[in-house]
Write a protein that binds this ligand. Structure first.
Ligand code: ZN
Length: 389
């Protein structure tokens, strides 16, 4: 019952204004309608929303004022997640023969929102398409259609409608359009059509020169084709575009430099980075290189020095791994347990966070599942173990 009280506030305000207006208008039949409205309000107060809606929708003579109340009620039901009621209310409003055309269009827009929220995309799409030519609703209809096309992975349609939205609104939508191009590139890559994929990625970089995802994919395509030099160019571009994504390219860059026999260049780059940031991924990559090229002792010495000042889980696990490889006698069982624990901690720790809504996830999503924003999920600063000041 209490939860319905907030729902009543705008309805009560609207009906109060409606009654006052009716008193001054002094037209026939107003008493009956006023009685019906109060009856409906009483039913809401008594926590009988079904009967209340019946009363509201039974009001035969829906004019401009009562339609506003219907719209407000329908929207409130949608916000409460009561989609059947919202849909029923907005549908019945649209069906009224005497409804003003502007209000019918608003009711269509609201019904479209109801369908969208209920996941009935086909019905929502049909309504929003009908509203595209109505100047007052074009922008909203376009934005909702783009949302639907994203959900349905209709990327070409999403691009076409985003272009249209950019034209009429003057707003920049290049960042999300670039992701739609990347989605098409990934689909093409999945079909083995690499040339088509590259073409979409070029489009993505034209739409948004800062699109890290496009360069990441270009690097992966080049690696797959054995063109490691080109892959390095693409992965380095990711680092320039947004250093926050550098952890994503450490492993592939290392593999490319290794394949080309240019690991000396890579280690110089890593050491430069290490002077600026002491994250676990950089530490881990440096230790890996040292172990393979200068031996276990050099790697252990580096890790012990580094971890003393900048302790990270990844660095700790690498140190334990090297000690395990050395098979150090009585401590072996303890080291195995420590390795197991640190691995579990790393695997269970979320590594990405959305800058927009704060959602924390374990894997990289280009579109945030929480807020639907593009490129807002980024690798978290490395898994640093907190130390007291
Ligand atoms: Zn988010």
């Amino acid at each position: 019952m209490m939860e319905l009280l907030w729902l009543l506030l705008p309805v009560a305000a609207a009906s109060g204004w409606w009654v006052a207006r009716r008193e001054s208008a002094n037209r026939g039949g107003e008493t009956d309608r006023s009685t019906d409205y109060f009856k409906g309000l009483n039913l809401l107060i008594d926590d009988q929303p079904d009967l209340a809606i019946e009363v509201f929708t039974r009001l035969a003579d829906v004019d401009q004022d009562t339609a506003e109340i219907h719209l407000a009620l329908g929207n409130l039901f949608r916000r409460r997640g009561e989609m059947d009621r919202a849909i029923h209310l907005h549908s019945s409003l649209i069906a009224r023969p005497r409804l003003a055309s502007s209000q019918r269009r608003r009711a269509m827009l609201e019904l479209g929102e109801d369908y969208l929220r209920a996941g009935l995309f086909d019905r929502a799409e049909a309504l929003f398409r009908e509203l595209l030519d109505q100047p007052a609703h074009t922008r909203t209809a376009l934005a909702r259609l783009i949302h639907i096309f994203q959900q349905e992975k209709e990327w070409r349609q999403a691009i076409a409608y985003s272009d249209r939205l950019e034209r009429i609104s003057g707003e920049y939508h290049g960042r999300q359009i670039a992701h739609f191009c990347c989605e098409l590139a990934e689909e093409a890559r999945g079909r083995g059509e690499d040339a088509d994929a590259k073409s979409w990625l070029s489009d993505a970089l034209v739409r948004d020169p800062g699109c890290t995802r496009a360069n990441l994919l270009l690097g992966q395509l080049a690696m797959q084709a054995g063109d490691y030099s080109q892959a390095i160019v693409a992965f380095q571009a990711v680092e320039r575009q947004d250093p926050g994504y550098f952890p994503e390219v450490i492993a592939p860059l290392s593999a490319c430099y290794s394949a080309l026999g240019r690991l000396d260049e890579w280690i110089v780059h890593l050491r430069q980075l290490q002077r600026q940031q002491h994250g676990g991924r950089v530490t881990d990559a440096l230790a890996d290189w040292l172990q393979r090229h200068e031996g276990q002792e050099a790697a252990l010495q580096f890790l012990e020095d580094e971890l003393r000042e900048y302790p990270t889980l990844l660095g700790l696990r690498r140190l334990v791994e090297i000690k395990l490889e050395r098979g150090e006698g009585v401590e072996y069982a303890d080291l195995r347990a420590l390795h197991c624990i640190s691995t579990q901690m790393i695997n269970n720790t979320a590594r990405y966070r959305c800058d927009h809504c704060g959602l924390i996830v374990k894997s990289l999503h280009w579109c945030c599942p929480g807020c639907q924003q593009w490129t807002t999920i980024k690798p978290l600063p490395d898994l640093t173990i907190k130390t007291s000041a």
